[in-house]
Write a protein that binds this ligand. Structure first.
Ligand code: ZN
Length: 136
C-alpha cells in the first residue's frame, strides 16, 4: 500500500519538514521492522534528509542552490514560451525525488538531527509525496 500526502506549497522555493507525517504513515502500516521509501512524483521538487531545528539552515540550502543554479540564466528548456523553470529541474535533479529510511520498532531510524523534508523549487503548487512501507 502507498500512503500519499497532499502538500500545498506557499512560496516559489521552500523546504517543508514532513517527518511527522511520514512517521504517521509508518505507525498506520503497523510494520515494526522494515524499510520506508519517500518519493515525490514531480520534476521540480525533491526529498531531503537533513537538519530542521534551525530554519536558517533551510534558507542557507536554498540560497546556496540559488547561487549555484540561478533562477534566471541562459537555459534552453521552455524559455521561449515563458515557462522557463530549468533551474527548478536542475535543483530537483541534485536533491533527488526520493529517499530510503530504515524502520526499527515502528519508528524511522533517523540520526538525532536528521529530518525528512519536501523541497519546492517551482511553487506555489499543490504537490504530492508518496510513502511506501516495506516489511522485512
Ligand atoms: Zn519545465
Amino acid at each position: 500500500m502507498v500512503y500519499s500526502l497532499a502538500i500545498q506549497t506557499k512560496n516559489k522555493q521552500e523546504i517543508i519538514d514532513i517527518t511527522d507525517k511520514v512517521q504517521e504513515a509508518i505507525k498506520k502500516s503497523g510494520i515494526k521492522q522494515g524499510t520506508c521509501i519517500v518519493f515525490t512524483p514531480h520534476t521540480t521538487a525533491g526529498i531531503l534528509i537533513n537538519e530542521c531545528t534551525d530554519k536558517n539552515l533551510h534558507q542557507d540550502i536554498l540560497n546556496k542552490l540559488e547561487q549555484l543554479i540561478p533562477t534566471k540564466s541562459k537555459y534552453k528548456h521552455n524559455c521561449e514560451d515563458g515557462g522557463c523553470n530549468a533551474h527548478a529541474h536542475i535543483k530537483s535533479s541534485i536533491i533527488g525525488a526520493s529517499k530510503i529510511i530504515f524502520i526499527e520498532n515502528n519508528k524511522l531510524l533517523l540520526g538525532t538531527w536528521q529530518r525528512i523534508s519536501y523541497c519546492e523549487f517551482d511553487g506555489p503548487r499543490q504537490r504530492k509525496v508518496h510513502i511506501k512501507v516495506l516489511k522485512d
